[in-house]
Ligand binder design. Structure first.
Ligand SMILES: [Zn+2]
Ligand SMILES: [Zn+2]
Length: 132
């Protein structure tokens, strides 16, 4: 038997991961907190923050740290591409094939090994387009 406190933490973490994976977009910790607390009314923002940090350190979720913007979290850890809205900062996945040969090309221009890449597109999201 696990101690009760530990079981509660595990349950909280499970719900955080579930809710994150259900979302089409990639929320900030604050946005995810608003969603998670509907299922866990007692949870605090700092608990959500802490769990998100632990989960991303464990590689269960992905933390996206971009200069000048709030961290966002992603329930998909496999490589994939993103598009960010220049108006509202929303971040979505783009389900397109990975350009695997980009790594190959980059390797020809540097002496690094194990080369991978991250690619982020930008544009105006459908919601912002409607609003304008
Ligand atoms: Zn937008
Ligand atoms: Zn993503």
């Amino acid at each position: 038997m696990q101690p009760i406190a530990h079981r509660r933490t595990t349950k909280q973490r499970q719900i955080i991961v579930e809710e994150l994976q259900n979302l089409r977009y990639h929320p900030t910790a604050d946005q995810l907190y608003e969603i998670v607390r509907k299922r866990l009314p007692g949870i605090s923002l700092s608990t959500v923050y802490r769990n998100l940090e632990i989960l991303s350190a464990e590689g269960v979720i992905m933390k996206m740290d971009m200069a000048g913007t709030q961290k966002r979290f992603d329930g998909t850890v496999e490589s994939h591409y993103h598009i960010r809205c220049v108006e509202c900062g929303r971040l979505d996945d783009i389900d397109m094939l990975l350009a695997c040969n980009l790594d190959e090309i980059a390797r020809n221009y540097c002496d690094y090994s194990s080369v991978t890449h991250n690619l982020e597109f930008s544009g105006v999201c459908p919601d912002c387009l409607k609003r304008s």
